[in-house]
Design a protein around this ligand. Structure first.
Ligand code: PFF
Length: 464
């Protein structure tokens, strides 16, 4: 079975690709604004706890399921469970398609900003009012269309080349570059006046800002950021050899993800405070607050530093979009025995079309911009898809994975799989902790959070 399936060359290849999937817009765009809106350091702390006690065990579960079955997300649940369980995998594949449809739009914004800062006059035209600039930029259908189209094409070209020559290669080049750019920018940011105010906001917790919604935002963020709950890591795990130590791999991926999120905060808050801006700007934070700062640096430095920042964001996004696309691609290649090339182009086109309403939902068309009203605000089409699939969907997917391992596949088999390439695992304390999380802690927390989120978001029940 699977002799024509691709493979990672080894643990390093897998780690680079999985860390590439994890590190993305979620870390550099979403994490800082979530942290800014949710009180800074206290949010950071809760996010870290969620990552360790729930994220890492669920990640191990996904990778173990994938490597055991050597199949796509649907095939894995079906093979190790049955057809009904296969539906959980199918749901994950749908989440992947829907998440990619809007993720690619935001990636397109980052790409457009990169081009316009470096080669065009963004820092001149937007002068004085980057909020307006951003609003009219995202409301421009053609800008959205062109930049997100290019981004989707780049993604497709990498995925077409397959696991080793495409996904692994791209991640091995882009991930180290990303770290270099990030560290360089942080060193620069910390030298600015008032930078330490930002560091304080970011690192000194104020627990009075914490409530139940902080906790579910932190959990949702941890899941999205680690690429959990939709089978991306089942799929990547299925391209791993038996001899690899999965615990080490998952630990390194988690560490890389957390580090980049942490470092992104360490870059952005000093920048924001150095200009006396508010950290609570929401999704516009990196697009609105940062250009002001780049502009102050003068025309040349602004281009260099600003361009580097948005390039960094594009690299991070690209290694994530390829993993989002690979999930449905793997399904069609494995289950339907279709040719990778055809599947990639077909799916990329489909996802792009599904993303059109999201492109139109940041001001271009009123119907999509004010698509629904819940949680006391108007939500755009993009917001709705993001809430449904990346917040609710991933938590649900993670919850189902824990039930699947607990009641169907059984932790014993998971332990056996995790012991391949790691003989001491079965007897270690880690095993007991991981199993406790998978069978008790994670299902309870994920289940409760799932129900609360649905009630709160879509049924207007206000629980806290
Ligand atoms: N982890 C990515 C990020 O933080 O941007 C987003 C993501 C990628 C979510 C792949 C889910 C996924 F399967």
């Amino acid at each position: 079975m699977g002799n024509k399936r691709g493979r990672f060359s080894g643990r390093l290849g897998f780690v680079a690709a999985a860390a590439g999937s994890a590190v993305g817009l979620g870390n550099i765009w979403r994490f800082p604004y979530e942290t800014g809106e949710n009180g800074g350091a206290a949010f950071l702390l809760i996010y870290l706890i969620c990552t360790i006690i729930i994220g890492l065990p669920v990640m191990l579960g996904e990778i173990a399921v994938g490597r055991k079955s050597q199949m796509d997300a649907y095939g894995s649940y079906r093979n190790l469970g049955n057809k009904n369980w296969g539906m959980v995998g199918a749901f994950g594949i749908i989440c992947g398609i829907m998440i990619l449809s809007f993720y690619n739009v935001v990636a397109g914004w980052a790409f457009g900003y990169f081009i316009q800062i470096v080669f065009d006059g963004l820092l001149v035209e937007g002068k004085g009012n980057y909020g307006n600039y951003f609003n009219s930029y995202v409301a421009d259908f053609w800008d959205n269309l062109i930049f997100s189209f290019v981004f989707m094409v780049l993604t497709a070209f990498i995925v077409i080349r397959g696991i080793k020559a495409g996904i692994e290669m791209a991640s091995k080049v882009l991930m180290p570059l990303l770290f270099v750019i990030l560290i360089t920018l942080i060193v620069y940011a910390l030298t600015l006046d008032n930078a330490m105010e930002g560091v304080k906001f970011y690192l000194l917790p104020d627990f009075s800002a914490v409530n139940a919604s902080t906790i579910y935002s932190a959990l949702g963020q941890a899941f999205f950021s680690l690429s959990l709950g939709m089978g991306a890591l089942i799929t990547y795990g299925s391209y791993l050899k038996k001899k690899e130590n999965l615990f080490k791999a998952a630990a390194v991926v988690t560490l890389a993800d957390v580090s980049v999120a942490f470092l992104a905060g360490l870059l952005i808050f000093p920048l924001v405070f150095s200009q006396g801006q508010e950290p609570t700007a929401g999704p516009g934070l990196v697009f609105v607050a940062l250009p002001t700062i780049f502009e102050q640096m003068g025309p040349l430095m602004g281009r260099i530093v600003g361009g580097s920042f948005f390039l960094l964001l594009c690299f991070a996004a690209l290694t994530s979009t390829i993993s989002l696309l690979e999930v449905p691609v793997a399904y069609l290649v494995d289950e339907r025995k279709l040719k990778r090339k055809k599947v990639v182009f077909g799916l990329a086109a489909l996802v792009f079309v599904i993303g059109l309403p999201s492109m139109l939902s940041a001001g271009a068309v009123d119907f999509f911009t004010n698509f629904m009203h819940y949680e006391g605000k108007n939500k755009s089409f993009l917001d709705v898809i993001s809430d449904l699939f990346s917040e609710v969907g991933l938590v649900f997917g993670g919850f189902m994975l824990t039930l699947f391992i607990t009641f169907k596949w059984k932790t014993k088999k998971m332990t056996k799989e995790l012991s391949e390439g790691n003989p001491g695992y079965a007897k270690s304390i880690l095993k007991s902790l991981v199993n406790f999380s998978i069978t008790v802690l994670s299902p309870i927390i994920l289940g409760v959070i799932f129900v609360i989120t649905v009630l709160q978001k879509f049924f207007g029940v206000s629980l806290f």
